[in-house]
Design a protein around this ligand. Structure first.
Ligand SMILES: [Fe+2]
Ligand SMILES: [Fe+2]
Length: 135
């Protein structure tokens, strides 16, 4: 069973970003699936790298969009992205240096990290970006 399932209540009403969020959810589920089936560190590391890189790409895309349309919440939203990136980089570095392992606690942290950001922060840009014609 997937760790995190997409729900309509996650929608930010901008298909481009809904699709990016779906991809992030898919990567978290892939990592969780690999962890639960006892895949080795090489496999886990590959998926974790993809998750980290895609997170950075996604945040950069949102931030560029905010700048382009002078989104009033840009600064606070970017601060949250920076904090989230630092958290996932720390987990990633711990994993790669052998100091941390992928545990169910780590996976639950990543799930909450993504879900809370989408529902609590990203959704705030829904009406604004939609009004700017972003699709
Ligand atoms: Fe997002
Ligand atoms: Fe965001």
């Amino acid at each position: 069973m997937a760790l995190l399932e997409w729900k309509d209540s996650f929608s930010v009403t901008v298909p481009k970003y809904d699709n990016q969020h779906k991809k992030l959810i898919a990567l978290i589920n892939e990592l969780h699936g690999a962890m639960s089936t006892g895949q080795g560190n090489a496999v886990l590391g590959k998926i974790f790298t993809e998750l980290l890189n895609y997170t950075k790409t996604h945040f950069a895309d949102e931030e560029a969009e905010f700048k382009k349309h002078s989104y009033p919440e840009y600064a606070t939203h970017k601060l949250e992205h920076d904090k989230l990136t630092n958290e996932v980089v720390k987990l990633y570095n711990d994993f790669n240096s052998g100091r941390g392992s992928l545990s169910i606690e780590t996976m639950n942290f990543l799930r909450n990290w993504l879900q809370n950001h989408i529902v609590g922060t990203d959704k705030k840009y829904a009406a604004f970006l939609t009004s700017k014609g972003v699709k």
